[in-house]
Design a protein around this ligand. Structure first.
Ligand SMILES: NC(=O)c1ccc[n+]([C@@H]2O[C@H](COP(=O)([O-])OP(=O)(O)OC[C@H]3O[C@@H](n4cnc5c(N)ncnc54)[C@H](O)[C@@H]3O)[C@@H](O)[C@H]2O)c1
Length: 347
């Protein structure tokens, strides 16, 4: 049985969908701080439709050792797939305390509880933000890790903790460093739903004459002056976690970049969204933001060599799925909640 922390959020919910689709039993733990109970409802409905196994949703904080301990005693968890975190770079600069408390203390509490309850496998969501300002491109897993913001620092600290716990307590891990995640599953069960949205595609999709899309910097040393990023589809990303679960059953720990190995500029993404929508999106060119590197592209050969994983979903399809999800989201926000949230296990 798999425990997904942060499964009511964007990426965790897609991972739950993929595990369920692949026939695994899934328990989700989430404190709904940035996730949504409506997404849990939708995953449950999806599991029912596919005759999949959504076992339980526990509304708890990963810092709550009693809740974790009860969960590990109630369910025979084989692997924890750990998404729960705060991940807004700007907020981490203005409020580092929140990030150190939630991401680091939370993850340590989870790791301790895993060890205490003999749960010995973890798949962890890390980020390309742990690399900091790139020294070469594409960025491979051996690239120096010098984060330039507190969010990246917290993720790097958790990587260290996982490695140390692995060496001392026999934990096995797959650490994934994601590049820029986009899209939604093709059934629009879930998608991006962040109350503070900082991601490119949903912000272009949400733009209108009252809320003009702001493009930060068009004077970078790139093909068209705008920042270049490696956009990886969320369904592809989710599939890598399911593959890592299987991989860890028989293999040793690993650290892997998840991206496409291709770079798209902000202007290219903007044009692709406009093309899909068949409309002009209102745009304002603004000053560069501090701390945005010109280019971030993953070297992805390790994912292929170790896991046999590579991205499949073309950019146009990711954009289409994201746009379809935006429409669904409007109805989801107005629909009644079905799931009862409970703080403990078996209540
Ligand atoms: N979205 C990206 O592009 C991206 C890129 C790199 C890494 N990541 C990492 O992937 C993970 C998921 O990101 P996301 O975009 O889905 O974020 P999200 O905010 O949509 O999901 C995070 C989920 O974790 C839950 N959560 C947070 N703190 C918790 C706690 N203490 N206890 C229990 N639940 C808690 C939230 O309620 C939410 O449902 C994060 O760890 C993030 O750092 C995301």
């Amino acid at each position: 049985m798999i425990l997904i922390t942060g499964g009511a959020g964007y990426i965790g919910s897609h991972s739950a969908i993929d595990f369920i689709q692949e026939g695994h039993e899934v328990v989700v733990l989430d404190n709904l701080s940035t996730g949504h109970i409506e997404i849990i409802d939708r995953i449950k409905a999806f599991a029912k439709q596919k005759k999949g196994k959504f076992v339980d949703f526990v509304n708890a904080n990963i810092k709550d050792v009693n809740a974790l301990s009860a969960l590990f005693k109630m369910y025979k968890i084989d692997t924890v797939v750990h998404f729960a975190a705060n991940s807004l770079v700007n907020e981490s600069v203005s409020n580092p305390r929140k990030y150190y408390e939630n991401n680091i203390l939370g993850s340590i509490s989870l790791l301790n509880s895993m060890i205490d309850n003999d749960v010995k496998k973890i798949v962890f969501s890390s980020t390309c933000a742990t690399y900091g300002e790139p020294e070469y491109m594409p960025i491979d897993e051996k690239h120096p890790q010098r984060p330039v913001n507190p969010y990246g620092n917290t993720k790097l600290a958790i990587e260290f903790a996982i490695k140390d716990y692995a060496a001392a307590y026999g934990l096995k891990y797959a650490i994934f460093r994601y590049f820029n995640v986009i899209g939604a599953d093709e059934d629009a069960v879930s998608g991006e739903w962040h109350d503070i949205e900082t991601h490119l595609v949903p912000n272009i999709l949400k733009a209108d004459k009252n809320k003009v899309f702001k493009l930060f910097g068009d004077d970078y040393d790139t093909k068209d002056g705008t920042c270049v990023r490696d956009y990886i589809d969320v369904a592809d990303l989710a599939r890598a976690h399911t593959m890592a679960y299987k991989y860890l059953l028989e293999n040793e720990s690993t650290i892997i970049n998840l991206g496409t190995g291709e770079g798209q500029s902000v202007k290219e993404i903007f044009a692709a969204v406009e093309k899909y929508l068949e409309t002009n999106v209102p745009l304002k060119i603004c000053q560069r933001r501090a701390g945005d590197p010109a280019k971030l592209i993953a070297k992805t050969t390790k994912a292929a060599d170790v896991l046999g994983w590579s991205s499949r979903v073309p950019l146009e399809l990711s954009i289409k799925n994201a746009a379809e999800w935006e429409k669904v989201l409007k109805t989801v926000k107005n629909s009644p909640v079905v799931s009862k949230t409970h703080k403990g296990v078996g209540e």
